[in-house]
Design a protein around this ligand. Structure first.
Ligand code: CDP
Ligand code: MG
Length: 398
């Protein structure tokens, strides 16, 4: 134990003199893990070595090595930013801070956060394409959810424009249907997201910046497809509005009866592979209505609850739990008469290999890798649909 302690002190010391190793670089972070059994938050120093993609962890309180340097295929430098949730050997860790000067200098400017929103004109039919565009421009979507704003909430969100000629029209529009809100991380995220959106007036955008989102998906100067924060301060304020403690006041649409619905859950491998937008577009193109959507980072306990019926029945049970806790997943409520069986048909056979042979148009054939990484989970039985939807959009959410 003494040796480990010494080793820990040496590491701390060596960070002060820079973090370049012979090959590649070493980045340090402070990470937290909620230990359910002990009901307490534990803090770790997490080191990431870019040369060989290995991680190493030190328990900060006990000042000792916690995880010896080892490969962690799923974790990439890109996944490590403040607020990120990473899964390391079945532990869900939240990165709460940079751990040394080198990492702070190197990453703080390129890991900027911003807030964005897909407006009601584009949510039903274009959100998949817009999400896909955001991902393909290299942004990481760290939070994502669908929300229905009341007029009062829309008025509050856009209060800086109160008194302007377009304000009332804008407020009515913003409350006219669900919006999809998100937090983006990336190099220079605030500026780059504004550039990707394009000029406010969609027709001006089509003239001056034809490749921007507003040029491609906007209608006019009010129905302009997307919103983006114009500064880091605005990003923080707007993010708090939708995801902070205040957000609990937003109309959650959870006090309802869950019926005529089924669950589609885009699995972490597909999300991390940047396929979420394409999957949402494919679901939409097949004629389904997505009435709720939210990104979750599943804890092991929640996943075991969701997959309870497969325990002892399906051979891949443990790997399924591991997959679903390995990164962000996106839950979708699919609504409509007959949605359950029709959606299962679209998702396709459990095994993507079989799907590619027998049903090449299905989602699993197109986006699945193997039986565990099979792109989506969907509700098995008709009666499971509303229960699983309620699990995500009411129980998990509270
Ligand atoms: O969204 P952006 O920051 O580009 O523009 P803004 O000037 O902050 O305006 C906020 C929103 O008000 C725009 O996105 C439009 O939806 C709406 N607007 C409008 O309806 N009529 C205008 N003349 C200007 C803006
Ligand atoms: Mg603005």
């Amino acid at each position: 134990m003494q040796r480990q302690s010494l080793c820990f002190n040496q590491r701390i010391l060596s960070q002060c003199s820079g973090a370049r190793t012979v090959m590649g670089e070493r980045y340090a972070f402070t990470a937290e893990w909620y230990d359910i059994n002990a009901s307490m938050i534990k803090r770790y120093q997490l080191l990431f070595y870019s040369a060989d993609n290995t991680v190493e962890m030190f328990d900060i309180k006990n000042r000792r090595l916690f995880l010896k340097r080892s490969k962690c295929e799923r974790v990439k430098l890109n996944d490590l930013y403040i607020g990120a949730i990473v899964n390391i050997h079945s532990r869900q860790l939240t990165i709460v801070d940079f751990g040394d000067e080198f990492t702070t200098k190197k990453l703080s400017s390129i890991k900027e956060k911003t807030f964005g929103l897909i407006k009601p004109d584009c949510v039903p039919s274009k959100m998949g394409e817009i999400i896909d565009r955001i991902i393909s421009e290299g942004f990481i979507i760290c939070q994502l959810k669908m929300v229905q704003l009341s007029s009062k909430e829309a008025a509050e969100f856009y209060q800086e424009h109160r008194g302007k000629s377009f304000y009332e029209k804008l407020v009515d529009f913003m409350a006219s249907g669900p919006v999809v809100v998100f937090e983006l991380t990336g190099d220079n995220a605030v500026t780059r997201w504004r550039e990707l959106m394009g000029p406010t007036d969609s027709s001006v955008a089509r003239q001056e910046a034809p490749h921007t989102i507003r040029a491609q998906f906007g209608t006019d100067v009010t129905r302009d497809a997307v919103h983006g924060s114009d500064s880091q301060e605005a990003a923080k304020r707007e993010y708090d509005f939708f995801f902070g403690s205040k957000a609990s006041n937003l109309r959650k649409n959870t006090d309802r009866i869950f019926q005529n619905c089924t669950l589609g859950l885009i699995k972490p491998h597909a999300v991390l592979d940047g396929q979420a937008g394409k999957i949402i577009t494919a679901i939409r193109n097949a004629g389904f209505n997505i009435s709720a959507l939210q990104l979750y980072n599943m804890e092991k306990a929640n996943t075991e609850e969701l997959y309870e019926v497969y325990k002892g029945v399906v051979a891949e049970y443990s790997s399924m739990v591991e997959e679903l806790t390995s990164g962000p997943c996106i839950a979708l409520e699919i609504t409509g008469d007959g949605a359950h069986s029709l959606f299962r048909e679209l998702v396709g056979p459990h095994d993507p290999e079989i799907a590619r042979h027998l049903r090449p148009d299905t989602l699993r054939a197109q986006f699945g890798v193997n039986k565990v990484k099979n792109a989506l989970h969907c509700s098995d039985l008709l009666e499971d649909g509303p229960l699983e939807v309620e699990y995500f959009f009411k129980i998990m959410d509270s």
